[in-house]
Write a protein of this length. Sequence first.
Length: 335
Amino acid sequence: MRHELQGTLYPPGSSASCPVLVHLCEGELRVLVSDSWHSYTKQSVSSPAALGRMPRDIKLPDGGLLHVPASAEVNRWLDGQKLSARLAALETNRWGVIASLVLAPLFLFGLFKFGIPAMAVSFAHYVPQAYINTASEHTLLALDESILEPSQLNQATQQEYLTYWQNTVSRLGLPPSRYHIQFRHAEKLGPNAFALPNGTIVITDQLVALLEGDKQVLQAVLLHEIGHVEHRHSMRLIAQTLASSVVISYLFGDMSGMADLFAGASTTLVQNQFSQDLEWEADNYALVQLDKLGQDGESFALAMEKLASLAPASSMERWLSSHPMLKDRIDNARR
């Protein structure tokens, strides 16, 4: 069986080229150059993987390069049953291209929406507690040396909150040795509370002032932070961030300019959506715990309203913020 085609030969050691006749035979490549046939075994020649309908370059054992148009016969002769040959066939098939345009986005959506988060949940449960404790201690130390300062609340006020909090932990049956709160002054951070992975919850003086000393409202905020610890959100977010960054870098890493900007923006949006899912999970954890204490979600809604008064929401907040829109969280609490 023989397939005949026209090609271009680039002899070794020369920039010149000449048209040639090529025969692809069973196990043999034959090239007609100036009325003279040159034969090469199939095993002695090599070619990069096929790419759609791009012409094929065949490297000859004498150092020459043979340039031939791409075709199904050429790809079959060069690649046989290799995976690259099957991919090349798909790339030149109209229905294969259409299917890939539909299935590739669906695959990526499923990967980012379900695959990576599921992997992160599994990862979070395998992180040793000793590592979590060490990471939390170093994080708090770094924050104390940068944006946090000693609390300006008097000791009596701090002790009052601590007693109220310990009573809450006891009523919910949570381990009192795991969850403890610390107060810090933070002008740059403003009204805020955050939980470290080991169960330490930091409350800023500014948040206490914003909530006007309402212990029940502050309790709702702290239960939200406990939700982050109970569900190991810190470890999950780290895993999700790393995995999503690797996938996006793999897909767009060889592009530059606007493509790099798009890849960076995509990573931010993906990570923020992950973070929003975790915030919803922590919100709902807090609402369940409030119900166990015989309270409704009003205290949590009031806390969110206080925070909303500081930064009115914009239409872009839903996508660019790492937290859900405050209005949605308030409505969810009241429902």
